[in-house]
Design a protein around this ligand. Structure first.
Ligand SMILES: *Cc1c(COP(=O)(O)O)cnc(C)c1O
Length: 334
């Protein structure tokens, strides 16, 4: 089986495991784990922010992004398909007690939408706007940096804060040929994952100014995310950050190649977006197509009108070849 369900499936490489085994550790709740500190400093530096906080998951990094910028009952502006809205069990309302104001078109809000949402802010019937949320990449799609700057500029002109869910910021940076700091520029807080395309086993970070990050550190403890000798896992993240960022371009090339081969061989329509390939399955047949692919040795995830295939560091050129052949065989049965 060629497993293309997700880039979270990557396992630590032998060299990464050695780095983890050799990690210097201490009690991180006491601020005494040197490896965690090194990871936090290096992450902050890469993202052009003052500080960063290592956390167990991207979910927690995002929730801490809310924790430091939104008070109970205030608005967060987001897309209905942002991870924050669809994939965090409603934590936005349960934990942060934030009120999501959602758009569903495009991958970033237009000026027209932003202007119309800010227009009624002083109306006593309205929740108060506090935070504008973006995601990059957004299900594999790259949000152009000028659009990000337009949105963060708008937020700051109106006294709102801006957060970037950058779980796959490393993919965005690779695709845009921009530094991670350029992608993170203009945001008050940014969350990044080490456990997706970078291939580390555990963890994410929230980066931002020193004050936001020190408040997030309190929030992490509130959520039960204070970790002790976390240097063991942080060493995996640090290794990934140093050694697996630049190779990401290979994942994007392989995804493009897989889409090209599927289009050529199967009669299906496939689209590559950074490290993801979306194979169209019209009429909500994503799950049915995914089952057919699996019968021919290709594991993907059926989502609505598409099957998502994700390329990551364990996927070789030979896997791409075999996956394309499997999809072509499956297409013949559909
Ligand atoms: C995966 C993901 C997260 C959450 O990461 P976990 O570590 O799985 O909690 C957040 N945002 C986006 C866009 C993601 O893809």
């Amino acid at each position: 089986m060629i497993d293309l369900r997700s880039d979270t499936l990557t396992r630590p490489t032998p060299a990464m495991r050695r780095a983890m085994a050799d990690a210097e550790v201490g009690d991180d709740v006491w601020g005494e784990d040197p490896t965690v500190r090194e990871l936090e400093e290096e992450t902050a530096g890469l993202l052009g922010k003052e500080a960063a906080l290592y956390v167990p998951s991207g979910h927690m990094a995002n929730q801490l992004g809310l924790y430091v910028s939104v008070r109970s009952g205030e608005e967060v502006w987001a897309h209905e398909h942002h991870h924050l809205i669809g994939n965090e069990q409603g934590a936005t309302v349960v934990l942060a007690r934030a009120f999501p104001r959602l758009y569903s078109e495009g991958i970033f809000p237009t000026d027209e939408l932003l202007e119309s949402w800010i227009a009624g802010r002083d109306d006593v019937h309205r929740a108060e706007p506090a935070l504008v949320w973006l995601e990059n990449t957004f299900t594999g799609r790259v949000v152009p940096l000028p659009e990000q700057r337009r949105v963060t500029g708008f937020a700051h002109r109106h006294g709102l804060r801006a957060h970037l869910d950058g779980a796959r910021l490393w993919n965005a940076s690779t695709a845009l040929e921009a530094t991670p700091a350029e992608v993170a520029e203009g945001f008050d807080t940014v969350s990044v994952c080490f456990s997706k395309g970078l291939g580390a086993p555990v963890g994410s970070a929230l980066a931002g100014d020193a004050d936001s990050v020190s408040r997030a550190r309190r929030g992490r403890k509130l959520l039960g995310g204070g970790m002790r000798q976390a240097g063991v896992i942080a060493a995996g993240a640090l290794y990934a950050l140093r050694h697996h960022r630049e190779r990401m371009v290979e994942d994007h090339e392989r995804a493009a190649e897989l889409a090209r081969m599927i289009n050529e061989m199967s009669g299906l329509t496939a689209l590559a977006r950074t490290n993801m390939v979306l194979v169209q399955a019209p009429g909500g047949q994503g799950s049915r197509y995914a089952e057919a692919f699996a019968r021919h040795g290709v594991a993907g995830v059926g989502i609505g009108d598409a099957v998502r295939l994700v390329v990551h560091l364990e996927i070789t050129d030979d896997d791409i070849d075999r996956a394309a052949r499997g999809v072509a065989k499956a297409a013949a049965d559909l």
